[in-house]
Design a protein around this ligand. Structure first.
Ligand SMILES: Cc1cc2nc3c(=O)[nH]c(=O)nc-3n(C[C@H](O)[C@H](O)[C@H](O)COP(=O)(O)O)c2cc1C
Length: 757
């Protein structure tokens, strides 16, 4: 842990630079030298006394090694390199709330890079491949503005967590009340955290990074207050006080008491809030010692990664001039990182003889280090470069070749391989608990419907026999839907359970050492979009709105606070993205109809439609899923999706209506301690209503309020089918129906092919 003098000198330089660079937090990357600080206005936000929403974030902060937040350094190329070389989670650079407010979000369809732009300048950029591991750090001294920043960055589900910077000691940050100044205004600090928790969707974690206060007593009082907000999932402690310089050794010996206190307080709240140790962890080889010393299970590296992002490797650092610098240039070229930032990151890399050969080779004492002269030529090449091309030339890289390569297949290949390798191997590495992660879903688009009939004779998959059958009087339907609807109608009287089907989703990997996990549950079929039962109609089904026809999109319901919702939106492949910015998640239904000996496996995209004001509403494909217009209808009204959602909500039974106003499903039971000892008559097991009257039949103000709360948590789940696999055990046949490529499920045409059962 002793820093060699050469390294110290460099870090002092870096620290000097960091004084300036942290100041750039409000600025587009290219404008680092302008004065970034705008006065923060005092908060006018009214205190919200309602219970704080519980996070359902799947992130695992234990047993990890993380890239710390660094202004200008923690940009996309550094983060991707860090992930590639073993970081479990990566913090982005601090972005001040007002900087992200008012930005435009732009996605580059070729590279996948997501940019937040103001006046055409990049304030922040990220890539879907890092999304499960990406923490967005906010600088703020105002709960309302912090909440707005969080809403902006989580609206399209671009990050896994949001973090509050409570550690920056530089005057430009502290004079505005942000950064380390929040340490002396703990009520404001906690109000910002709770505002962030309320603003973030449940599956996005809120965390916080602090420094030590001068006394241990004050530090423990502060962390106690922070933990008791219930707002955070993890606390990072930079083990220096506000007045300490970066070159002064971190006060690691003060951390153990703090860790013990956080663990005990979190336990008393039935929570787990891991503490992450930051300060003087230079590379993965130092981490075990820090853990032993402090009692944490995770560490965070900042300056070590600034100098060499391969510092997360348990096998030792890779060579900066041979591997790291060229890779950083490649990522920057391929992903269009702003030149000023690429140059800055390259300039901060450790071009020193000791970093010119990998550590494991150094240890063998065999290889010669790169001569100083050669290294200084590289350094001066970087500082003179004016364009990405100039930078590439310094390292003999052909920029056109890099730019012509497919981002998904070639540029991100090493990163994907590294992530999937960690998924497959249990590391015997530095803590023996790292299990590995899985690559994201970047290839989803490749499977998109085409060419799958493979010579098996695809036919028209619409209901046949005297033209097209109709589910309602005004709409032709695919054959599989006709078959399903017919069997439901025929057998529902004798087989009540046929209205339940199993719905599976995929939970994204929660750390780079984990794998994606399937989840299955039974849900109730709530009909097809715009269909209602009507005894007088032919086939017993009539359109809810006669200006529209039937749709083969299925409906069920969900609670917006459940993990299912987060699984849906986090597993959104390219295939599930609409041109209107909508995106759903991957899902599959397995539906067994015993009386007919039929299994339907319906694969497709799942879309959540919550009530007004919920951030997920912007992901719903309102137009694409609109049912076909009824023949002869001259109406131009849009389909009333909210009417459809309310219709299903109003029909829920009293027990289900009440279930939506309980605390978050799956969260700790509020009467946990009393449950085992309660007598049968003690009402401890359900301190919430068991039934609610249907809307319009409320008898008390309390019921009205509870129903409002239920509706707020209720969402319609619409399943947009893409392929349907029907197995008929009675006839021993199997038929696969597929939506024709490029068509949408609400109105599109289907193919049909028979396969071996
Ligand atoms: C260049 C640079 C930029 C930094 N920017 C931030 C920042 O944006 N937010 C933050 O919380 N800390 C920031 N820090 C502090 C680091 O995250 C970290 O707390 C500190 O460097 C101690 O960790 P280390 O010893 O591993 O470097 C920055 C540090 C450096 C060197």
């Amino acid at each position: 842990m002793v820093v060699p003098p050469a390294k110290r000198a460099k870090y002092e330089n870096i620290a000097g630079l960091s004084n300036q660079t942290v100041a750039t937090a409000t600025l587009p990357l290219e404008d680092a030298d302008m004065d970034p600080v705008q006065e923060q206005e005092p908060s006018t936000v009214a205190a919200d006394d309602s219970p704080l929403p519980v996070s359902t974030s799947p992130l695992d902060y234990e047993n990890g090694i993380f890239l710390g937040p660094m202004v200008r350094i923690g940009t996309l190329p550094t983060r991707l390199l860090s992930l590639e070389y073993g970081a479990d989670l990566v913090w982005g650079p601090e972005i001040v709330d007002r900087a992200i407010m008012g930005t435009q979000r732009r996605v580059d369809p070729r590279t996948g890079v997501i940019e937040y732009l103001k006046d055409d300048k990049q304030v922040f950029s990220c890539h879907p491949i890092e999304r499960p591991y990406l923490v967005f750090q906010v600088g703020s001294a105002n709960p309302e503005q912090a909440a707005q920043a969080v809403k902006i960055i989580t609206e399209h589900d671009d990050v896994a967590a949001v973090d509050l910077n409570c550690g920056c000691p530089k005057p430009f940050s502290t004079h505005a009340g942000m950064g380390a100044n929040l340490l002396s205004t703990p009520d404001l600090l906690c109000n910002i955290l709770t505002a962030m928790r309320r603003a973030a969707p449940p599956h996005v974690a809120v965390t916080c990074k602090i420094r030590l206060l001068p006394t241990q007593e004050a530090t423990i009082a502060l962390v106690d207050q922070i933990v008791r907000t219930g707002a955070i999932e993890c606390l990072t402690v930079h083990c220096r006080t506000k007045d300490m310089r970066p070159r002064e050794p971190a006060l690691l010996d003060r951390l153990r008491d703090i860790v013990d206190h956080v663990n005990a307080t979190a336990k008393s709240l039935h929570r787990k809030i891991p503490v992450v140790c930051n300060g003087d962890c230079w590379d993965a080889s130092v981490a075990p010692r820090i853990k032993e010393l402090t009692g944490v299970t995770s560490t965070m590296i900042a300056r070590g990664a600034e100098a060499n992002p391969s510092c997360f490797r348990t096998e030792g650092n890779l060579s900066v001039p041979d591997t790291i610098a060229p890779k950083l240039i490649q990522y920057s070229l391929a992903l269009n990182n702003p030149i000023g930032n690429t140059k800055y990151c390259l300039g901060q890399l450790a071009f020193k003889p000791s970093e010119s050969i990998p550590k494991e080779v150094q240890l063998q004492g065999k290889t010669k280090m790169m001569p100083k002269k050669q290294l200084s030529a590289l350094r001066s090449g970087i500082s003179q470069a004016k364009t990405q091309e100039d930078l590439a030339k310094v390292f003999n890289i052909d920029p056109e070749h890099v730019r012509s390569q497919d981002v998904d297949a070639i540029i991100l290949r090493d990163l994907k391989e590294a992530l999937s390798k960690r998924a497959r191997t249990t590391s015997g590495g530095f803590d023996g608990q790292r299990v590995g992660a899985v690559v994201g879903n970047a290839n989803e688009g490749a499977r998109d419907g085409t060419g799958s009939s493979g010579g098996q004779g695809a036919e028209d998959g619409h209901a046949s026999g005297g033209g097209q059958s109709r589910a309602t009087d005004n709409s032709p339907q695919p054959e599989w839907k006709q078959l399903l609807a017919e069997k439901i109608g025929k057998h529902i009287k004798d087989e009540k359970s046929l209205l339940y089907y199993a719905l599976s989703t995929v939970e994204a990997q929660t750390s780079v050492h984990d794998a994606a996990k399937p989840h299955v549950r039974y849900v109730v079929h709530r009909g097809f979009v715009n269909e209602k039962r009507d005894g007088d109609a032919s086939g017993g089904i009539a359109p809810q709105n006669p200006n529209f026809g039937s749709s083969p999109c299925l409906m069920t319901t969900t609670d917006v606070r459940t993990p299912k919702v987060q699984q849906l939106i986090s597993q959104s492949g390219i295939r599930a993205q609409g041109t209107d910015g909508s995106h759903g998640g991957e899902g599959e239904i397995a539906w067994w109809i015993e009386s007919a000996q039929l299994q339907f496996r319906i694969s497709g995209t799942l879309h959540v439609l919550p009530t007004e004001g919920h951030p997920l509403r912007s992901s719903f494909p309102y137009d694409r899923l609109t049912p076909p217009r009824a023949p002869g209808s001259t109406s131009t009204e849009p389909f009333d999706w909210d009417g459809e959602r309310s219709r299903i909500f109003n029909k829920l039974n009293p027990g289900l209506l009440a279930s939506f106003c309980r605390p978050t499903p799956g969260s700790a039971h509020p009467n946990l301690d009393a449950l085992d000892t309660a007598r049968p008559k003690d009402d401890t097991s359900s301190p919430w209503p068991l039934e609610l009257p249907q809307p319009g039949k409320e008898e008390t103000e309390q019921q009205r309020q509870q129903l409002r709360e239920s509706e707020k948590n209720f969402a319609l789940l619409v399943i947009e089918p893409r392929s349907v696999d029907v197995v008929n055990l009675a006839d021993d046949t199997r038929t696969i129906y597929e939506l024709k490529p490029g068509q949408n499920a609400a109105t599109g045409e289907w193919t049909k092919r028979r396969v071996v059962p």
